[in-house]
Design a protein around this ligand. Structure first.
Ligand code: KIV
Ligand code: ZN
Length: 516
């Protein structure tokens, strides 16, 4: 049987360190549930000591997820290790991930400690973690810029102290594949007790080589890869999970290795992470970009029609693309049954209440749009599920605008307890007017950082999807909305962001802390 590569997902920890991304507790739980469906081996759920919000998130995920190892991150300090254990201890399979810098530049300028002191801290905190759980991972941060002799020594002592996984981070994305693979190979030769641990890698993408470095490490014997969905993460991001997994699968002839991943969940996971983080996926992104399975040139189209493999190395169905690219179209005559069958084929499991809401929204859309494609259904479901956690509900929006009119919007919101409030405002355009009216009812000062509109399908009756990013009290919140009317889509997106903001404000201490 082929050996397996452990997929360690850090979307909720390193991924959440992407500039501008903040996930609330519901978002984190939703992503964790989807990662479990995707069958990742390890979910790194957060850095519990960094903030009360992170602690709560890790502990909620630990209690809910049963099939994956749930890891928490801790720097090599007793308080961090203790907090990490408190947060992960409810997990079916808990892991403590201890990290400490090993490069001279970090030790001298950040830790202000000498090599012996750092070695002692690493050993002691790994041993402390081991007192809590048998599953302990250790990372010498900035390993790729460290003195390799020192890294060998640190790994040996941490394995001795109880680490069962040793992770080699290319923290600043400095390595080149051949060099990084060589470093991993040398660890097998130079660390005498390495057979007692799994070698993992954690590569950043500053030079665009995170995936290539991870795969070079796998070729050299690493058996855990740390990665993020859509390649998000600190600065230029981490190795993209979908790229690592599909490279191992598509080039099984070369690697001879497997993963546990259910690749049919890749598309859905990617879309969910993009929606909740507000980080759009570039169209030419490998595996999950909008163009990844599209063919433009006549010669390519001709080849694909004759035999798909002429220009495709993967089948879109393998990553769970709805209908594998083929068009299945519903319309206003489609009934509950057809809609349900299509939802099931797309992998949605809705409760009866969610289904009723989704079906009502589908019928409403079908009245405006002749052909409802899979991508429309995905947008519509995302929109419906988003509205469940509302504090304020957008009940009515009416706008008037034109070159001879002052853009004016009237909105009616329903507050908790059912109180209706109506407000009218003018603005530079209909969206501005609608936002001012909404803001004056909700009454939470915020500023709009980003606003983008995209069309889900082609055609004048297409659904428009709006993403907004707002800022309040130093935190950012993303909201999305979809509708055939883009002013309505924009208003829904702002409501979604404000409802997220209100839910974080209700939770005590959801402040961002010091992440690595
Ligand atoms: O990039 C890095 O070094 C990290 C460690 C905490 C593993 O994220
Ligand atoms: Zn990292």
């Amino acid at each position: 049987m082929a050996e397996r590569v452990i997929i360690f997902d850090t979307t909720l920890r390193d991924g959440e360190q992407s500039p501008g991304v903040t996930l609330n507790m519901q978002d984190k739980l939703e992503i964790a549930r989807q990662l479990e469906r995707l069958r990742v081996d390890v979910i790194e759920a957060g850095f519990p000591l960094s903030s009360p919000g992170d602690f709560e998130g890790v502990s909620a995920i630990a209690k809910e997820v049963r099939e994956c190892i749930v890891a928490g991150l801790a720097h090599a300090h007793p308080e961090a290790v203790d907090a990490c254990w408190e947060a992960v201890k409810g997990a079916a399979h808990p892991r403590i991930h201890v990290f400490l810098s090993s490069s001279d530049i970090h030790m001298a300028h950040q830790l202000r400690k000498n090599r012996d002191e750092v070695l002692e801290m690493a050993r002691t905190q790994v041993a402390r973690a081991k007192g809590y759980t048998s599953d302990v991972e250790f990372s010498p941060m900035d390993a790729s810029r460290s003195d390799q002799e020192y890294v060998y020594q640190m790994l040996e002592q941490c394995i001795e102290a109880g680490a069962t996984t040793v992770n080699i981070p290319d923290t600043v994305g400095y390595s080149i594949p051949e060099e990084f693979g060589g470093f991993i190979r040398s660890i097998f030769e130079r660390v005498p007790n390495i057979h007692k641990a799994v070698i993992s890698v954690h590569c950043h993408n500053d030079l665009g080589m995170a995936v290539a470095n991870s795969l070079a490490a796998v070729r050299a014997g690493a058996r855990q890869v740390e990665c993020c969905v859509n390649g998000i993460g600190e600065r230029a991001g981490n190795a993209a999970l979908e790229e690592v997994v599909m490279a191992l699968r598509t080039r099984g002839d070369l690697f001879g290795l497997t993963t546990r991943i259910n690749t049919k969940e890749i598309h859905r996971t990617s879309r969910l992470v993009s929606d909740l983080t507000g980080m759009s996926i570039q169209p030419n992104k490998a595996i999950v970009g909008g163009n990844a399975f599209r063919h433009q040139s006549g010669i390519h189209q001709d080849g694909i029609l004759k035999m798909r493999e002429t220009y495709e190395i993967m089948d879109a169905r393998e990553i769970g693309l709805p209908s594998g690219g083929a068009e299945i179209v519903l319309g206003k005559l489609s009934g509950r049954h057809a809609f349900k069958v299509r939802l099931e084929a797309l992998g949605y499991e809705l409760t009866a209440e969610e289904f009723s809401r989704a079906f009502a929204a589908f019928k409403e859309l079908a009245d405006k749009k002749a052909e409802i494609e899979d991508v429309d259904i995905e947008a519509l479901i995302a929109d419906e599920l988003r509205t469940i956690e509302e504090t304020y509900h957008l009940d009515l929006l009416q706008v008037s605008c034109g070159n001879e009119l002052i853009p004016t919007a009237t909105v009616r919101l329903i507050a908790p307890g059912g109180k209706e409030t109506v407000q009218t405002a003018t603005g530079t355009g209909p969206v501005d007017a609608a936002f001012k009216a909404i803001d004056s009812i909700v009454g939470v000062p915020n500023s709009l950082l980003e606003f983008s509109v995209k069309s889900i399908t082609a055609g004048i009756d297409a659904l428009g999807e709006v993403m907004v990013r707002i800022e309040a009290d130093g935190r950012t919140y993303v909201g999305r909305g979809a509708d055939t009317d883009i002013v309505m889509a924009a208003a829904k997106a702002l409501m979604n962001a404000l409802n997220r903001l209100l839910s974080v404000q209700r939770r005590v201490g959801g402040d961002a802390g010091d992440n690595p």
